[in-house]
Design a protein. Sequence first.
Length: 242
Amino acid sequence: MENGIIYRGPSLLDGSPIIAIATYSNRNRKTGTMVQTYIIREDMDPVTANRTGADAAICGDCPLRGIANLAKPKGQADARPCYVTLIHGPSLVYRSHLRGVYPDATDPEATAAIGYGRMVRIGTYGDPAAVPADVWEALTMRAKGWTAYTHQFKAKPDALTYAMASVESLDAARYVWAQDGRTFRIVRDVAEIDPAREILCPASAEAGKRTTCADCRLCAGQMTKSPKSVAIVAHGNGKAYA
């Protein structure tokens, strides 16, 4: 099975209607060939959700969402530093969903079939904490491995079991480390990395892109043998706001 809707129901963050769609893709050069997962509002397109602040249902209080602006007739939130380009992957997936492209795969066996023998990226767009953990357990139960990131490490600390805490400051990283969690931290320069606790993302440009996320497999929360966290220099949209 190549793709499907693996969750349809209320967001665990605010109760709004959301869906999680998994699709097998080799289009992302940094991640490599992986099952990509998109967590989106079911009742509105991703750009509108972001502009109006309704993306809290799938992103929570993530500071990279930007500033909601209800006065704008179109476009995304103001000063949005998130590296995910909404008009690309998320919007394409949403439009495909409206056309009925994705079959229902909410049964655990159907979900597991999508991840079978593959690497999985939990939360290509959207925070995995918005979706029940048993959905991710089903998707990864027969997978080679996964990567996952969450900004909801205070509200949903259980997510640190399988996800890296996405942080933008050393203070936030230290908070997570004190909870025995691992972090994926955005820095402005390689010199900011704490060599005792962090390594530079091996798939980043600064590390020479010596591997892909699919091969690296470091970003799996506490479910990895690596004791170190990961840091990456701000890139894409985020570079302008670092």
